[in-house]
Design a protein around this ligand. Structure first.
Ligand code: ZN
Length: 486
């Protein structure tokens, strides 16, 4: 039975969905004013792994991942110019053109990483009315106050009735110390109060009417609102990066408890961060590498381009709750590992069954399932696959045999865990239609040659080989079969 680590209770818990057979899951999505980078790839791949595994277990999953497009700052919703508005002003675009442009590019990068799309992808800008209604509820319950056209969460009042800071394990005193430096606004009663609705300054171009002012919702509001709108007042899983735990998720819990009287989320899940040569990613470190730069190899920290599948494999090689330190060397190692796995996969799919199994096979399906059930332990799944690849290579080299029953089971298990669960595109699967046709044609010729050899028709066999070699192909004869490359 699936166990997942609940950040709220600091322990692994058996996953029991609220409604049998159905899972509701919400993951904080990107803020779309720039290209996706390695830091975006990790939560996307982590929760894609969870989504894929839940589907594998037979659940019907409603997976909501939002698009933050009303342009708040990422870590402090209360300060500074709206980033989307700024970009729009500088590039003379409609704000929604900036949003669309980066949303399209985000989708393109996610598709390259083989991240499945969520079942609902709501935009914050499309849910302003719902967010206003949510703010009203919090005001009605007395946990917010209006100040100069903006609405703020009354954190002190809230903390008298509910434990504020329970997710991040911080108490109000600590939060007070941490937040004091960050803003000098005097419309708030306390530095740690956060905006539920913000009055727009005159130069702010993305704003909407509300009972309090012409303005825009606070950043945390969209997730509380869209999560409960699509998944109900209580739902199963809320995920995101560890960097969102405070203040974003803490604020979401406070908003839901204040408005509804209870938290909406049963299991909080957080993926850990990626560091680059031991440093956090950030513009000030000059180590911000976009996914496109990875795919094209265009960054001073990269030795070469890295394929989307290498990035995906690299991220899956670490457990989602451990940190990952990026380096070009580490990616090159991941690339080699993935090549070995791909080779074993392609060999396995071509293996021919014998009368019986002469080598010892691990109970691969069970081992992989046990690892996934243990809080999505993808590195252990990968290590079991590598163990299994040794057996595959032994059979492939003719030093062992496998029965047809064992072979079908092994092929099905690899397909399930490599392709469906880990979401790794194997080379042959990644090929487009033209590639498939081309490979099919070469295989056809070489199978005809094999046939000719069996019939001792050496003239035809040599002709096919020589002409393919003349065209630049390398052909290697193996026991009963062949390998080729261009
Ligand atoms: Zn969120």
């Amino acid at each position: 039975m699936l166990q997942i680590y609940n950040t709220l209770t600091h322990q692994k818990e058996f996953f029991r969905p609220l409604h049998e057979g159905h899972v509701g899951m919400y993951v904080c999505g990107p803020t779309v004013y720039g290209d996706a980078h390695l830091g975006h790839a990790r939560p996307a791949i982590t929760f894609d792994l969870l989504y894929r595994y839940l589907l594998h277990l037979g659940y019907k999953v409603r997976y909501v991942r939002n698009i933050t497009d009303v342009g708040h700052l990422e870590h402090d919703a209360d300060e500074g110019e709206d980033k989307i508005a700024k970009k729009a002003r500088l590039e003379q675009l409609e704000p929604m053109e900036v949003v669309q442009y980066y949303t399209n590019r985000y989708h393109r990068d996610m598709e390259a990483l083989n991240v499945l799309p969520p079942t609902i992808e709501p935009h914050a800008s499309g849910h302003i009315i719902e967010q206003i209604e949510f703010v009203k509820k919090i005001l009605d319950k007395g946990y917010a106050y209006i100040s100069n056209g903006s609405v703020y969460m009354d954190v002190e009042k809230y903390a008298q009735d509910y434990p504020y800071g329970k997710l991040s394990g911080r108490n109000l005193e600590e939060i007070k110390t941490e937040t004091r430096e960050l803003d000098g606004q005097n419309e708030k009663r306390h530095s740690y109060d956060f905006a539920l609705w913000k009055k727009a300054s005159p130069e702010h171009i993305m704003h909407w009417p509300s009972p309090w002012s012409e303005g825009f919702p606070g950043w945390h509001m969209e997730c509380s609102t869209m999560g409960t709108k699509y998944l109900g007042e209580e739902f199963d899983i809320h995920g995101g990066g560890l960097d969102l735990m405070f203040p974003h998720h803490e604020a979401e819990i406070a908003q839901s408890c204040a408005a509804l009287g209870h938290d909406s989320v049963r299991y909080w899940m957080h993926n850990n961060m990626i560091t680059i040569a031991g440093k956090k990613m950030g513009k000030s470190y000059h180590n911000f590498i976009t996914l496109e730069q990875f795919f094209k190899g265009e960054h001073e920290l990269l030795s070469k381009p890295f394929s989307p599948m290498t990035i995906r494999f690299f991220i899956l090689m670490a457990h989602y709750r451990s940190t990952v330190d990026f380096s070009s060397d580490a990616l090159e190692a991941a690339e080699k590992g993935l090549a070995r796995l791909t080779e074993a996969y392609n060999r396995l799919m071509k293996l021919k069954a014998g009368d019986q199994t002469s080598i010892e096979l691990t109970p691969l399906r069970q081992l992989c399932e046990d690892a996934m059930e243990d809080d999505l332990n993808s590195p252990i799944v990968i290590s079991h696959l590598f163990d299994s690849s040794r057996a595959i290579n032994t059979i492939y080299d003719g030093k062992g045999s496998i029965s047809s029953e064992d072979l079908s089971e092994l092929q099905a298990t690899w397909k399930t865990f490599v392709v469906d669960v880990l979401g790794l595109k194997m080379e042959s699967e990644a090929a487009d239609g033209n590639q498939d046709a081309y490979k099919g044609a070469i295989d056809l010729l070489l199978n005809m040659r094999l046939e000719a050899k069996k019939n001792k028709d050496w003239a035809t066999s040599d002709k096919i080989r020589n002409e393919l070699v003349a065209l630049g192909f390398t052909i290697k004869d193996t026991k009963d079969s062949f390998e080729w490359s261009l």
